[in-house]
Structures are given as structure tokens and as C-alpha cells.
Unconditional design. Structure first.
Length: 244
């Protein structure tokens, strides 16, 4: 697949984010019987295995990492007093809005609750401990709670904030069939991230590439693919995180 050029057979139109499910998802639901989407989602055994893996892995990780969570929490508060966690509404499965949790990596007086403004390299809003957490992706660890509760999955399209911008344009206006990525639970990592699509989407190619990989993930979903993505992500992070 050539990321950025993927398109589907669904005649969907872009809309701005709104309360409830986006209009695109209504069109998708009506078209399932005559598109690849029905086949991609009609894998009950695979999705049951996926949910079982999510609950088991996230539950064990939360127990094992609890002392580490406390150390990170202390470091955050020592450098910049305020809440340990940062929460934000983002798109979940089926266009439902979910509240996700991260370790706070920005100064309390400069946090962007909306999430529309993407973080850039050497962003003055980011604290020193926050820069380390983002570089190593440790700021994402509290999303294990979201995974355990069923709002997220270990693997899936990364969850975006409503009205997220890419190259200064609404994502759903820039990328055709953008909301197809919301047919499954968002993930802690995904096919796009394993292939290097992380950081700000400051080019149209990067924005389209991410969504192309997200849709390709849904098209080809299997539990074995999830395992490959988890291993591939771990290898990339071991070689050096790319977040900032």
C-alpha cells in the first residue's frame, strides 16, 4: 500500500466535528452490506481475543507499574505543581467521545485542553520531565486505564481530539473518509506509528499517510497483526523514541 493514496468506495463527505456520531459514520453504517467494511468488522472471534488481550495486558501492567507511576507522579509535581494527570476528550469507537488520561507533560498555566494545537519540537509549554516523558512515550501509560475500561485498545488508530487540525486544516476536511478510522477502538499504538507516523502532521502527506495506515489496519485486522504491531512498536521505541 502506498500511504496517502488509499481511498475507499464509500461516497462520504467531510463535515466538521459535532456532538454524537459524525455524519460519515451514518453513511458507513448504511453502506456496510455493499462494502469491504462489513467483512473487516465481521470477525467476532478475533475481536473477542483482542478484548481479552487488552484486559489481561492492561490489568497486569497497571499492577506491575504502580510503583513506577508513583515515581513519575512525584517528579511531575516537584518540577511544576499541579495535577499529575492530563485528561482530554477524544474520538472513540463509533464517533463516541471518550475521556483519555495521560501524565501531564506541560506547565499548568500553558496546557491546551482542547488539543487542537499540536505539540512541536522544543515547545515552550513542555516541562523538562514532560519532554522526557514524551520522548519515551511514558506520558501515554495512564491510557492503560482507558484500555482496561474498554474505551481504548492496545492497538488501533491513535485517538484524535475533535476538530483536530492537520496543516492548519480540519482533518476531516483534508482527508477523505477520515471518520472510517473511528469504526474501531482507538489504540495506544497502531500500524501508522509502527511505520514512523508520529509527531505533528505539518504536511499533507503526513496527514494522509496516517489515515491511510489507520484504514489499512481496519481492512486487514487480525490478532496476529496486533501482536506484530506491538512488537514492531517496542523495537522502534527501544531504538529511540520519536515523541516531543
Amino acid at each position: 500500500m502506498n500511504p496517502g493514496t488509499l481511498s475507499t468506495t464509500l461516497p462520504l463527505r467531510s463535515t466538521t466535528a459535532a456532538a454524537g456520531a459524525p455524519a460519515e459514520l451514518d453513511a458507513i453504517s448504511a453502506s456496510r452490506g455493499s462494502s469491504w467494511i462489513h467483512g473487516a468488522l465481521d470477525k467476532p472471534f478475533q475481536f473477542a481475543l483482542k478484548r481479552g488481550m487488552d484486559v489481561t495486558v492492561s490489568g497486569l501492567a497497571l499492577l506491575v507499574l504502580l510503583p513506577f507511576f508513583l515515581m513519575i507522579a512525584a517528579a511531575i509535581v516537584i518540577e511544576n505543581r499541579g495535577p499529575v494527570f492530563f485528561s482530554q476528550q477524544r474520538w472513540g469507537r463509533g464517533g463516541k467521545l471518550i475521556r483519555i488520561y495521560k501524565f501531564r507533560s506541560m506547565r499548568t498555566d500553558m496546557c491546551d485542553v482542547s488539543g487542537v494545537r499540536q505539540t512541536t519540537e522544543n515547545d515552550p509549554r513542555v516541562t523538562r520531565i514532560g519532554a522526557f516523558l514524551r520522548k519515551t512515550n511514558l506520558d501515554e501509560l495512564p491510557q492503560l486505564i482507558n484500555i482496561f475500561l474498554g474505551d481504548m485498545s492496545i492497538v488501533g488508530p491513535r485517538c484524535h481530539v475533535p476538530k483536530m487540525l492537520a496543516t492548519g486544516v480540519l482533518y476531516e476536511d483534508l482527508v477523505r473518509d477520515y471518520h472510517i478510522r473511528h469504526l474501531v477502538r482507538p489504540g495506544l499504538t497502531g500500524l501508522a506509528q509502527m511505520n514512523g507516523y508520529r509527531g505533528p502532521t505539518n504536511t499533507e502527506e503526513a496527514a494522509r499517510g496516517r489515515v491511510a495506515y489507520d484504514i489499512e489496519y481496519i481492512k486487514t485486522f487480525s490478532i496476529l497483526q496486533d501482536i506484530r504491531i506491538i512488537i514492531g512498536t517496542a523495537v522502534r521505541e527501544f531504538r529511540g523514541g520519536t515523541g516531543f
